[in-house]
Design a protein around this ligand. Structure first.
Ligand SMILES: Cc1cc2nc3c(=O)[nH]c(=O)nc-3n(C[C@H](O)[C@H](O)[C@H](O)COP(=O)(O)OP(=O)(O)OC[C@H]3O[C@@H](n4cnc5c(N)ncnc54)[C@H](O)[C@@H]3O)c2cc1C
Length: 314
Protein backbone atom coordinates (compact mmCIF):
# COMPACT_ATOMS: atom_id res chain seq x y z
CA UNK A 1 0.00 0.00 0.00
CA UNK A 2 1.31 3.48 -0.87
CA UNK A 3 1.78 6.08 1.88
CA UNK A 4 -0.94 8.28 0.37
CA UNK A 5 -3.39 5.39 0.58
CA UNK A 6 -2.35 4.78 4.17
CA UNK A 7 -2.94 8.44 4.91
CA UNK A 8 -6.32 8.40 3.18
CA UNK A 9 -7.26 5.21 5.04
CA UNK A 10 -6.24 6.72 8.37
CA UNK A 11 -8.26 9.84 7.61
CA UNK A 12 -11.25 7.76 6.51
CA UNK A 13 -10.93 5.60 9.62
CA UNK A 14 -10.96 8.74 11.71
CA UNK A 15 -14.01 10.09 9.88
CA UNK A 16 -15.72 6.80 10.61
CA UNK A 17 -15.17 7.27 14.31
CA UNK A 18 -11.82 5.52 14.81
CA UNK A 19 -10.14 8.62 16.31
CA UNK A 20 -10.72 10.26 19.66
CA UNK A 21 -10.58 13.66 21.30
CA UNK A 22 -9.97 15.87 18.26
CA UNK A 23 -12.34 17.72 16.06
CA UNK A 24 -12.97 16.14 12.66
CA UNK A 25 -13.09 19.60 11.13
CA UNK A 26 -9.68 20.55 12.53
CA UNK A 27 -8.22 17.23 11.39
CA UNK A 28 -9.60 17.72 7.89
CA UNK A 29 -8.20 21.25 7.80
CA UNK A 30 -4.79 20.00 8.96
CA UNK A 31 -4.73 17.23 6.36
CA UNK A 32 -5.68 19.64 3.58
CA UNK A 33 -3.08 22.17 4.75
CA UNK A 34 -0.26 19.62 4.67
CA UNK A 35 -1.34 18.36 1.24
CA UNK A 36 -1.33 21.96 -0.05
CA UNK A 37 2.16 22.50 1.36
CA UNK A 38 3.36 19.28 -0.27
CA UNK A 39 1.84 20.48 -3.54
CA UNK A 40 3.39 23.95 -3.29
CA UNK A 41 6.80 22.53 -2.43
CA UNK A 42 6.67 20.26 -5.45
CA UNK A 43 6.67 17.14 -3.27
CA UNK A 44 3.96 14.57 -3.06
CA UNK A 45 3.55 12.31 -0.03
CA UNK A 46 3.47 9.33 -2.38
CA UNK A 47 5.89 10.40 -5.05
CA UNK A 48 9.10 10.73 -3.02
CA UNK A 49 11.95 8.30 -3.40
CA UNK A 50 11.09 4.69 -2.56
CA UNK A 51 13.71 4.95 0.18
CA UNK A 52 11.72 7.24 2.41
CA UNK A 53 9.28 6.93 5.26
CA UNK A 54 6.39 9.34 4.72
CA UNK A 55 3.73 9.18 7.42
CA UNK A 56 1.40 11.83 5.94
CA UNK A 57 -0.04 14.67 8.00
CA UNK A 58 0.22 14.52 11.79
CA UNK A 59 -2.87 12.97 13.39
CA UNK A 60 -3.68 13.15 17.10
CA UNK A 61 -5.72 9.95 17.48
CA UNK A 62 -5.16 9.58 21.19
CA UNK A 63 -5.96 6.68 23.46
CA UNK A 64 -5.43 6.45 27.21
CA UNK A 65 -3.08 3.78 28.64
CA UNK A 66 -4.86 0.44 29.11
CA UNK A 67 -6.67 0.28 25.74
CA UNK A 68 -3.95 -1.37 23.65
CA UNK A 69 -4.98 -4.27 21.41
CA UNK A 70 -2.10 -6.18 23.01
CA UNK A 71 -2.11 -7.07 26.71
CA UNK A 72 0.44 -8.64 29.01
CA UNK A 73 0.24 -12.08 27.33
CA UNK A 74 1.87 -12.75 23.97
CA UNK A 75 -0.49 -12.62 21.07
CA UNK A 76 0.25 -13.07 17.35
CA UNK A 77 -0.21 -10.54 14.57
CA UNK A 78 0.36 -11.34 10.88
CA UNK A 79 2.94 -9.40 8.86
CA UNK A 80 0.88 -8.02 5.96
CA UNK A 81 3.32 -5.65 4.26
CA UNK A 82 7.02 -4.75 4.28
CA UNK A 83 8.67 -1.81 2.50
CA UNK A 84 12.27 -0.73 2.40
CA UNK A 85 12.43 2.91 3.52
CA UNK A 86 16.17 3.56 3.77
CA UNK A 87 19.42 1.71 3.14
CA UNK A 88 18.92 -0.37 6.27
CA UNK A 89 15.37 0.14 7.51
CA UNK A 90 11.99 -1.40 6.75
CA UNK A 91 8.44 -0.29 7.41
CA UNK A 92 6.45 -3.29 8.61
CA UNK A 93 2.68 -3.43 8.64
CA UNK A 94 0.98 -5.95 10.95
CA UNK A 95 -2.71 -6.83 10.82
CA UNK A 96 -5.15 -6.50 13.71
CA UNK A 97 -8.31 -8.62 13.87
CA UNK A 98 -11.80 -7.24 13.24
CA UNK A 99 -10.57 -3.93 11.87
CA UNK A 100 -9.68 -2.67 15.32
CA UNK A 101 -7.06 -0.01 15.89
CA UNK A 102 -3.95 -0.46 18.02
CA UNK A 103 -5.28 1.76 20.84
CA UNK A 104 -1.79 2.64 22.03
CA UNK A 105 -1.27 5.65 24.28
CA UNK A 106 1.30 8.36 23.41
CA UNK A 107 4.11 7.70 24.06
CA UNK A 108 4.30 3.93 24.41
CA UNK A 109 5.91 0.91 22.78
CA UNK A 110 5.27 -2.81 22.24
CA UNK A 111 7.41 -5.85 22.92
CA UNK A 112 8.02 -8.18 19.97
CA UNK A 113 9.22 -11.76 20.19
CA UNK A 114 11.10 -13.74 17.56
CA UNK A 115 14.40 -15.47 16.74
CA UNK A 116 14.58 -16.45 20.42
CA UNK A 117 14.70 -12.85 21.71
CA UNK A 118 12.36 -10.08 22.90
CA UNK A 119 12.85 -6.45 21.86
CA UNK A 120 10.83 -3.22 22.26
CA UNK A 121 9.55 -1.33 19.18
CA UNK A 122 7.64 1.95 18.99
CA UNK A 123 4.77 1.94 16.45
CA UNK A 124 4.87 4.86 14.01
CA UNK A 125 1.25 4.53 12.81
CA UNK A 126 -1.54 6.25 14.73
CA UNK A 127 -4.70 4.86 16.30
CA UNK A 128 -6.61 6.29 13.33
CA UNK A 129 -5.36 3.34 11.29
CA UNK A 130 -7.95 0.55 11.43
CA UNK A 131 -7.05 -3.13 11.29
CA UNK A 132 -3.26 -2.63 11.35
CA UNK A 133 -0.25 -0.94 12.91
CA UNK A 134 3.21 -0.12 11.57
CA UNK A 135 6.76 -0.46 12.89
CA UNK A 136 9.79 1.30 11.44
CA UNK A 137 12.70 -1.07 12.06
CA UNK A 138 16.40 -0.51 11.47
CA UNK A 139 17.99 -3.77 10.39
CA UNK A 140 21.41 -4.68 11.84
CA UNK A 141 23.58 -7.22 9.99
CA UNK A 142 24.02 -9.19 13.23
CA UNK A 143 20.69 -8.21 14.75
CA UNK A 144 18.66 -11.19 15.96
CA UNK A 145 15.14 -9.79 15.80
CA UNK A 146 15.59 -6.97 13.29
CA UNK A 147 17.03 -9.41 10.74
CA UNK A 148 14.23 -11.88 11.50
CA UNK A 149 11.60 -9.17 10.91
CA UNK A 150 13.30 -8.10 7.70
CA UNK A 151 13.32 -11.60 6.23
CA UNK A 152 10.27 -13.58 7.40
CA UNK A 153 7.69 -14.18 4.67
CA UNK A 154 4.67 -11.91 4.40
CA UNK A 155 1.84 -13.72 6.20
CA UNK A 156 4.09 -14.96 9.03
CA UNK A 157 2.99 -14.20 12.56
CA UNK A 158 4.98 -12.29 15.16
CA UNK A 159 4.12 -12.29 18.87
CA UNK A 160 3.54 -8.94 20.57
CA UNK A 161 2.64 -7.79 24.05
CA UNK A 162 2.29 -4.48 25.87
CA UNK A 163 3.17 -4.15 29.56
CA UNK A 164 2.91 -1.16 31.93
CA UNK A 165 6.67 -0.55 31.64
CA UNK A 166 6.12 0.16 27.92
CA UNK A 167 4.05 3.25 28.75
CA UNK A 168 6.32 6.31 28.65
CA UNK A 169 5.70 10.01 29.37
CA UNK A 170 2.13 10.75 28.28
CA UNK A 171 0.67 13.42 26.02
CA UNK A 172 -0.13 16.26 26.73
CA UNK A 173 3.47 16.73 27.75
CA UNK A 174 4.00 19.10 30.69
CA UNK A 175 6.19 21.65 28.86
CA UNK A 176 5.89 24.68 26.59
CA UNK A 177 9.18 23.88 24.83
CA UNK A 178 10.57 20.41 24.11
CA UNK A 179 13.93 19.36 22.73
CA UNK A 180 13.94 15.91 21.12
CA UNK A 181 17.30 14.21 20.61
CA UNK A 182 17.23 11.11 18.38
CA UNK A 183 19.90 8.74 17.16
CA UNK A 184 19.13 6.31 14.32
CA UNK A 185 15.91 4.37 14.99
CA UNK A 186 15.47 6.59 18.06
CA UNK A 187 13.28 8.81 15.84
CA UNK A 188 10.30 6.44 16.26
CA UNK A 189 8.93 7.71 19.60
CA UNK A 190 9.22 11.24 18.25
CA UNK A 191 7.08 10.34 15.24
CA UNK A 192 4.47 9.26 17.81
CA UNK A 193 4.91 12.35 19.99
CA UNK A 194 4.84 14.76 17.03
CA UNK A 195 1.67 13.16 15.63
CA UNK A 196 0.03 14.14 18.93
CA UNK A 197 1.57 17.61 19.30
CA UNK A 198 1.26 18.81 15.70
CA UNK A 199 -2.04 16.99 15.14
CA UNK A 200 -3.60 19.03 17.97
CA UNK A 201 -4.01 22.55 16.55
CA UNK A 202 -4.60 24.18 19.93
CA UNK A 203 -1.33 22.74 21.25
CA UNK A 204 1.25 25.54 21.11
CA UNK A 205 4.28 23.52 22.29
CA UNK A 206 7.46 24.46 20.42
CA UNK A 207 9.64 21.50 19.53
CA UNK A 208 13.23 21.30 18.36
CA UNK A 209 14.16 17.89 16.98
CA UNK A 210 17.86 17.07 16.69
CA UNK A 211 18.33 13.81 14.80
CA UNK A 212 21.69 12.15 14.29
CA UNK A 213 22.32 9.49 11.64
CA UNK A 214 25.42 7.99 10.08
CA UNK A 215 24.77 8.79 6.41
CA UNK A 216 22.07 10.35 4.25
CA UNK A 217 21.22 6.90 2.93
CA UNK A 218 20.42 5.50 6.37
CA UNK A 219 18.86 8.66 7.80
CA UNK A 220 15.27 7.92 8.81
CA UNK A 221 12.23 10.16 8.37
CA UNK A 222 14.20 13.27 7.31
CA UNK A 223 11.64 14.23 4.64
CA UNK A 224 8.76 13.51 7.01
CA UNK A 225 10.10 15.76 9.74
CA UNK A 226 11.05 18.47 7.23
CA UNK A 227 7.50 18.44 5.81
CA UNK A 228 5.97 18.56 9.28
CA UNK A 229 8.30 21.43 10.21
CA UNK A 230 7.37 23.36 7.07
CA UNK A 231 3.66 22.99 7.85
CA UNK A 232 4.00 23.67 11.58
CA UNK A 233 4.02 27.49 11.54
CA UNK A 234 7.17 27.50 13.65
CA UNK A 235 6.04 24.87 16.16
CA UNK A 236 8.61 22.32 14.93
CA UNK A 237 12.22 22.89 13.98
CA UNK A 238 13.89 19.75 12.62
CA UNK A 239 17.67 19.49 12.34
CA UNK A 240 19.52 16.45 11.01
CA UNK A 241 23.22 15.88 11.50
CA UNK A 242 25.20 13.16 9.73
CA UNK A 243 28.25 11.60 11.36
CA UNK A 244 29.72 9.51 8.54
CA UNK A 245 28.49 11.12 5.36
CA UNK A 246 31.28 11.24 2.73
CA UNK A 247 32.82 14.73 2.67
CA UNK A 248 32.23 15.10 -1.07
CA UNK A 249 28.53 14.18 -1.03
CA UNK A 250 25.66 16.52 -1.93
CA UNK A 251 24.46 16.75 1.70
CA UNK A 252 24.27 20.45 2.57
CA UNK A 253 22.98 20.03 6.13
CA UNK A 254 24.89 19.62 9.39
CA UNK A 255 27.66 17.10 9.89
CA UNK A 256 29.24 15.70 13.03
CA UNK A 257 28.11 14.31 16.35
CA UNK A 258 25.63 15.82 18.75
CA UNK A 259 28.10 17.46 21.14
CA UNK A 260 27.71 20.11 23.85
CA UNK A 261 28.14 22.98 21.40
CA UNK A 262 25.42 21.72 19.04
CA UNK A 263 23.01 20.96 21.87
CA UNK A 264 23.56 24.38 23.42
CA UNK A 265 23.03 26.07 20.06
CA UNK A 266 19.72 24.37 19.25
CA UNK A 267 17.97 23.05 22.37
CA UNK A 268 15.66 25.20 24.48
CA UNK A 269 17.63 26.38 27.54
CA UNK A 270 17.47 24.62 30.94
CA UNK A 271 14.62 26.69 32.36
CA UNK A 272 11.27 25.60 33.86
CA UNK A 273 8.66 24.43 31.31
CA UNK A 274 11.35 22.84 29.13
CA UNK A 275 11.66 19.07 28.65
CA UNK A 276 14.35 17.18 26.77
CA UNK A 277 13.51 13.75 25.30
CA UNK A 278 16.38 11.39 24.40
CA UNK A 279 16.14 8.18 22.35
CA UNK A 280 19.01 6.46 20.58
CA UNK A 281 21.74 3.85 20.80
CA UNK A 282 23.45 3.11 24.15
CA UNK A 283 26.50 5.24 23.29
CA UNK A 284 24.28 8.28 22.79
CA UNK A 285 22.69 7.90 26.24
CA UNK A 286 26.14 7.40 27.77
CA UNK A 287 27.52 10.64 26.42
CA UNK A 288 24.42 12.87 26.60
CA UNK A 289 22.53 11.82 29.73
CA UNK A 290 23.88 8.58 31.22
CA UNK A 291 22.62 5.01 30.72
CA UNK A 292 18.97 4.60 29.74
CA UNK A 293 18.10 2.55 32.82
CA UNK A 294 19.86 4.92 35.22
CA UNK A 295 17.38 7.48 36.62
CA UNK A 296 20.26 9.83 37.42
CA UNK A 297 21.32 12.45 34.87
CA UNK A 298 24.96 12.62 33.85
CA UNK A 299 26.84 13.65 30.72
CA UNK A 300 26.46 16.62 28.41
CA UNK A 301 22.87 17.48 29.35
CA UNK A 302 23.73 17.69 33.04
CA UNK A 303 26.77 19.80 32.22
CA UNK A 304 24.52 22.16 30.25
CA UNK A 305 22.39 22.70 33.36
CA UNK A 306 19.31 20.52 32.81
CA UNK A 307 17.89 18.71 35.85
CA UNK A 308 17.13 14.99 35.91
CA UNK A 309 13.39 15.76 35.98
CA UNK A 310 13.72 17.65 32.70
CA UNK A 311 15.40 14.86 30.77
CA UNK A 312 13.24 11.92 29.70
CA UNK A 313 15.15 8.82 28.62
CA UNK A 314 12.91 6.82 26.24
C1 LIG B 1 11.95 1.63 24.15
C2 LIG B 1 12.62 1.18 22.86
C3 LIG B 1 11.95 1.34 21.66
C4 LIG B 1 12.57 0.94 20.45
N1 LIG B 1 11.90 1.14 19.28
C5 LIG B 1 12.52 0.79 18.12
C6 LIG B 1 11.87 1.04 16.86
O1 LIG B 1 10.74 1.56 16.78
N2 LIG B 1 12.55 0.67 15.74
C7 LIG B 1 13.79 0.08 15.79
O2 LIG B 1 14.36 -0.23 14.73
N3 LIG B 1 14.39 -0.18 16.97
C8 LIG B 1 13.79 0.15 18.11
N4 LIG B 1 14.41 -0.14 19.30
C9 LIG B 1 15.63 -0.98 19.28
C10 LIG B 1 15.18 -2.46 19.26
O3 LIG B 1 14.49 -2.79 20.45
C11 LIG B 1 16.34 -3.46 19.12
O4 LIG B 1 17.31 -3.16 20.08
C12 LIG B 1 16.96 -3.43 17.72
O5 LIG B 1 15.99 -3.76 16.74
C13 LIG B 1 18.12 -4.43 17.61
O6 LIG B 1 17.65 -5.68 18.00
P1 LIG B 1 18.26 -6.99 17.31
O7 LIG B 1 17.73 -8.18 18.05
O8 LIG B 1 18.05 -6.95 15.85
O9 LIG B 1 19.83 -6.81 17.53
P2 LIG B 1 20.73 -7.51 18.65
O10 LIG B 1 20.84 -8.97 18.32
O11 LIG B 1 20.24 -7.11 19.99
O12 LIG B 1 22.11 -6.79 18.43
C14 LIG B 1 23.04 -7.21 17.41
C15 LIG B 1 23.97 -6.07 17.04
O13 LIG B 1 23.19 -5.05 16.40
C16 LIG B 1 23.72 -3.77 16.70
N5 LIG B 1 22.70 -2.99 17.40
C17 LIG B 1 21.61 -3.47 18.02
N6 LIG B 1 20.88 -2.47 18.53
C18 LIG B 1 21.51 -1.34 18.21
C19 LIG B 1 21.24 0.03 18.44
N7 LIG B 1 20.12 0.47 19.08
N8 LIG B 1 22.13 0.93 17.95
C20 LIG B 1 23.23 0.54 17.28
N9 LIG B 1 23.54 -0.74 17.03
C21 LIG B 1 22.70 -1.66 17.50
C22 LIG B 1 24.91 -3.98 17.54
O14 LIG B 1 26.01 -4.06 16.70
C23 LIG B 1 24.62 -5.32 18.18
O15 LIG B 1 25.78 -5.91 18.62
C24 LIG B 1 13.84 0.31 20.49
C25 LIG B 1 14.51 0.15 21.71
C26 LIG B 1 13.92 0.60 22.87
C27 LIG B 1 14.68 0.42 24.16
Amino acid sequence: MQPLEVMAQEFQAYKNGGGTRISKTLLAAGAVLVLVIFALSGQSPSSGSANTFQPGPPIAALAPPGECAFGEEWSPAPLVDRKKVSDDAVLLRFGLADGRSLGLSTCACLLAQGAGVVRPYTPVSTNALSGAFELLVKVYPEGALSKHLATIPIGSSVNFKHIPKNVKIQYPFPATRIGMIAGGSGVTPFVQALHAILGTPEDKTEVTLLASHRTRADALAVEAFDAWAAASKGRLRAITTLTREPANSAWAGRRGRLDARTLKAFLPPPVPDVLIFVCGPPAMYESLCGPRDDPELTGVLRDLGYSKDQVIKF
